[in-house]
Structures are given as C-alpha cells and as structure tokens.
Design a protein around this ligand. Structure first.
Ligand SMILES: Cc1ncc(COP(=O)(O)O)c(C=O)c1O
Length: 385
C-alpha cells in the first residue's frame, strides 16, 4: 500500500458537527441566534474572558475592535509585518497607520524592544499577533502599553489554546480577536470571535456588529455600524469544534513535541522557541533553514517523501503591493503614511524567506509524524555530507 501524502491541513469534521448543523436546520432558525449565544458562553469559559461575541470572520472581528477602541484616521498602531495581511488591514480600514516593527529571532513574534523605539506622540495602540499559535510577549507589551497609555488589541486568530502562565491569550489586552477559518485549530468554515473583559467595549462591539443597534434591538441606530453577524449554521460547526478543541490541541501538542524532540539537535534547522510559561497552540509548526535556497530545496525534498510543506508569509505585510502603493489607498488623501518601500526589518525579512510549515495536524498517526521527523533528519544529513 502506498503511503498517503502527509497533509498540513486536515479538518476534523465529524458526526458531532453534522448533528449540530442538523439541529439548526430542523429549528429553521438559520441566522445568528441561540447556538451563537451558546458558543459565546462556552468560548468565554474556554478563554476565561468576561465577554465573547461571535462575528462573521476574524477580519471583521479585528475591524470591529479597531472601531470600538476608537482608532481614528492618522492614529499609529504598532504591529508585526510577519502575519496574515488582515492584521495590518484592520488598522488601515479605519484610517489608522500601521507601523511595522521587527520580530524576535527566537519566537518570530513582535519584539517589545522594537515597539518601544517606534512610539511617537501619534501612537494609539499596539496590535500583537500570536503568530502560528505562539503567544506574543504579552507581559512586556502590557507594561509598555501601560507606561505610554496605549490600547492593546490582540490578534489571536491563530491562537485558540495559547496561554501564558495558564491565562488564555485574547484576554490580556483590551480586545482579542479569533478566527474560525477553515484551517484553524477550531473551524466553522468562516467565523470569528471578539473577546473583552471591558463592559463598555462589549456593548459598543455588540452594537457596531449589528448596524449600531442598542442591546435590546429594534430599529433605533445609535451609531453607524455593520452587519458582521455570523449564522447559527456556522456557530453550530464552531460549537462542536470547541467541545473537541481540548483533544485536538492535545494531539497537536503531542505531534509538535515529537517533532521538536526529533529535530532539536539538528544544526541547520531551527524552529520557534517557546518561552518558559508560554503554551504554544501549535496552529503551525514551521522550520527555518539558513537560506532561501535551502528552504526551497527542503520543500521539494519533503514533497518527494510525500510530506507536504509550504512557505507561509514569504512576503511581509509592508512588502505587499497594497502597502508599497499606499498612495492609492483612500485614506492616503488625508493621512500621512510612511514610505513602506523604504522599510527594512532584517529579522522578519530573513524569517519570511527561510521558513516552511510542516505537518502536525491532529489526524496524523504516530508513524506519520515519525516520517515527518525522519525526513527532516535525512535532509540535514544530506546537507552535512
Ligand atoms: C493572523 C491572522 N489575523 C487575521 C486573520 C483573519 O481571519 P479570517 O480569515 O477569519 O477573516 C487570520 C486568518 O485567516 C490570521 O491568520
């Protein structure tokens, strides 16, 4: 029997999801309703936050967060360029100015020292991203924020299950945003969640999500808002996923631990280092080579061994055409943007072109994860020859 190609994405969608969706269909209530409320309640419990609010996806969760905390045109928001574009775009939607700073070479997350250096009188907020599921350095980021009176919005889109000293990410800052996109640790096809511990922000987020309506609903519109609601169909899938999330995370952790142990001694391959007390949610396990040529060769080497892998953010946010050509963006008429073509962040630029995701998804058998580890070892051996 030929070996299967070992995938880096393999959703675990089973009878439980089907049952929840069937219940929704039978109820005939397809729009956001009771199932979404149950999902919020259970997500609050899972993350230990006071409030959780469903959204249509993670991008609009971030947009709502920017609106709710009051990021205004011209306000600078310090963030990482080593992320999915939605992080930066959420700042840009509201006329905010993304200020990109470099990442830490060990964790690949935003470097707090670089945040400090980027603060100006226009700085309003910090947007850390828990990249690949590893928490950003929230204790230091919160300290900086407090010292300078800055808002903190956490992009936790990739970090369901990530914790620092037992506390779940998303609840450190003023607002935290999650995604349930089809590849994430828990999925709904499309979907998202905003969490906060702040009552006032919660009410504002809820109203903004729903055309600016007050809590009790009706046709009064207190502010200009959006329709960023989910549906009970998506919430049903997410609810079944949330209930199995602890076991999915356990399997991801086991797989990641096995890989770490296998490649720890290798000289030419490195990976994200997990600081003491930090719990990686293991959304993505990425290895890093010394050069771009090496990562290309490694991806090909793995493919020949039926192990799928890919580069993820090989183009940083400020290197994307949307930011290189920022003068074309609507807000450029009234807001001063930096010249993004002039930015150079050496660590992020290096990691961008030398990393690749390798499989650790929960469906892998022990033999398969061993095959991934052995393939990486073999590549190193061939290199050393
Ligand atoms: C870091 C990051 N931020 C934001 C998002 C946006 O989430 P969504 O795709 O649900 O809109 C994603 C995911 O795709 C992400 O990975």
């Amino acid at each position: 029997m030929s070996e299967r190609q070992i995938p880096f994405v393999d959703p675990v969608v089973e009878a439980e999801e089907l049952q929840e969706v069937q219940n929704v269909i039978k109820s005939k209530w397809l729009v956001e309703g009771k199932v979404a409320r149950t999902l919020e309640k259970e997500f609050q419990e899972f993350t230990g936050t006071k409030f959780a609010m469903t959204t249509a996806n993670g991008t609009v969760a971030l947009h709502l967060a920017m609106e709710a905390v009051g990021i205004n045109p011209g306000d600078e928001v310090i963030t990482t360029p080593f992320t999915f574009i939605a992080s930066a775009n959420s700042i840009s939607f509201v006329g905010g100015v993304p200020i990109f700073v470099d990442i830490d070479p060990q964790t690949w997350n935003i470097d707090p020292e670089k945040i400090k250096k980027a603060i100006t009188p226009k700085t309003k907020a910090i947007l850390p991203v828990h990249i690949f599921g590893l928490p950003a350095n929230m204790p230091e980021i919160l300290e900086i924020a407090e010292e300078h009176g800055l808002i903190v919005i956490e992009d936790a889109a990739q970090a369901h299950g990530a914790r620092i000293n037992g506390k779940h990410v998303g609840g450190f800052g003023d607002v935290g945003c999650f995604s349930f996109y089809a590849t994430k640790n828990m999925i709904a096809g499309e979907g998202g969640m905003v969490v906060t511990n702040n009552d006032e922000l919660r009410d504002k987020l809820d109203s903004l999500k729903n055309h600016g309506r007050p809590k009790q609903g009706g046709y009064s519109h207190l502010r200009i808002g959006f329709n960023y609601r989910t549906t009970d169909l998506c919430a049903a899938v997410a609810l079944a996923q949330l209930r199995k999330l602890p076991s999915l995370l356990e399997r991801r952790e086991k797989n990641a631990e096995m890989l770490r142990a296998t490649i720890d001694e290798l000289e030419f391959l490195t990976y994200q280092q997990v600081p003491r007390g930090f719990q990686h949610a293991n959304y993505v396990f990425a290895v890093k080579t010394r050069t771009k040529q090496e990562i290309d060769a490694l991806i090909e080497f793995l493919r020949e061994k039926n192990v799928l892998s890919r580069r993820i953010y090989s183009v940083l946010a400020y290197q994307q055409p949307a930011y290189r050509d920022i003068s074309k963006w609507r807000w450029a008429k009234c807001v001063d943007y930096p010249d993004y073509t002039n930015i150079s962040l050496p660590i992020a630029e290096e990691v961008a072109v030398t990393h690749a995701e390798v499989p650790i998804v929960p469906t892998l058998t022990r033999e398969e994860i061993e095959r991934v580890g052995e393939a990486l070892q073999e590549w190193e051996k061939a290199k050393a020859r």
